[in-house]
Design a protein around this ligand. Structure first.
Ligand SMILES: [Zn+2]
Length: 326
């Protein structure tokens, strides 16, 4: 018996959906945010590795995570961001040695950052950082919107890593800023509008020309701000202030960089100072001078080493001989 395909499809069209469309849209958004949170937790797990190994000039990929107390490699099933630390009660499965809550906290922070930055892209009104913008990008813009999100996300994640490296008492390696600089210099060549602030009031340039001018203006302003910071504080601590200034300039645009670089640096310095103080709270004889943190927010590696050797396992920013981060 012949089947009338067209009539079957017509009948399907007339059927009511199981749940209303608005609810399906809400559900899809919810799933997406949960997925983004999980992705952020995974990136946070990698950031733990970067924060621990990069300033110590260790390879980021090898060896894999292991417990230095018992030497046992961390099992894949014990390496699930956020959950594994909770499930194991912050202890190694094999020797029951304490694993710093810092790993858990960083994963949770970066996971939340992935969600919060996207929420900010959605809900912050245009011009909320003090200047009118080109135009507001929405997810309907697809590639430009997600590239803008990526650029902001890389910057914020890098700042989190920089704050924690300083809190540990290490100078921030300049190459920590390379991903931010690469993304923010090259991606706008495809979509200049992802930098919301035009450097010049112009209308007749090709997109790549506009992006180049915006990027160079941001780099120059950021370089000047960073150079000021470099000359004003400890020059021996490397060129990180200049790299940070350039990163802020090229992402935010020269106008915003001039206004926001200093507040961002102060907040970052206070954050790293607070983290170091919290980690050293059981070291009464080793206060960290406030001036050292504000000017260059951490003590040197020597004091870090001494804190590592004497700090209780559950509270330091890194475990004394703690397992390499998952
Ligand atoms: Zn162990």
């Amino acid at each position: 018996m012949p089947v009338d395909i067209a009539s079957l499809f017509a009948a399907a069209d007339l059927r009511d959906p199981l749940i209303p469309l608005w609810a399906m849209e809400l559900l899809a958004s919810g799933f997406f945010y949960v997925w983004l949170f999980c992705l952020g937790a995974t990136v946070g797990s990698f950031l733990n590795v970067v924060i621990y190994r990069l300033p110590r000039k260790k390879n980021l990929a090898h060896p894999g995570s292991y417990c230095p107390r018992c030497g046992h490699p961390i099992r894949l099933s014990d390496n699930i961001p956020i959950l594994s630390w909770l499930w194991l009660g912050g202890r190694c499965r094999d020797c029951r040695g304490a694993i710093s809550p810092r790993y858990f906290a960083v994963e949770l922070t970066v996971a939340s950052t992935f969600v919060l930055v996207l929420a900010a892209e959605h809900f912050l009104p245009p011009g909320s950082l003090g200047f009118p913008t080109r135009r507001r990008l929405t997810p309907l813009d697809t590639w430009p919107f997600w590239s803008m999100y990526l650029m902001h996300l890389v910057l914020v994640t890098t700042l989190i890593a920089a704050i924690l490296i300083r809190a540990d008492g290490f100078p921030v390696p300049v190459r920590l800023y390379f991903p931010t600089l690469a993304v923010s210099c090259f991606v706008p060549l495809l979509w200049p509008e992802i930098r919301s602030m035009p450097a010049l009031a112009n209308g007749a340039l090709a997109p790549w020309q506009t992006a180049t001018i915006d990027g160079l203006a941001g780099l120059c302003a950021g370089f000047a701000m960073g150079l000021g910071g470099y000359l004003a504080i400890h020059r021996s601590r490397g060129l990180a202030p200049i790299a940070l200034g350039c990163s802020l300039g090229v992402v935010l645009g020269w106008q915003r960089a001039m206004i926001w670089s200093l507040p961002i640096l102060l907040v970052a310095a206070m954050a790293s100072y607070s983290l170091a103080r919290f980690a050293r709270s059981d070291l009464p004889n080793e206060p960290v001078p406030a001036s050292d943190h504000i000017a260059s927010p951490a003590a040197d590696a020597t004091s870090m080493a001494s804190s590592n050797s004497s700090t209780h396992q559950m509270s330091p920013p890194l475990p004394p001989e703690g397992p390499d981060p998952p």
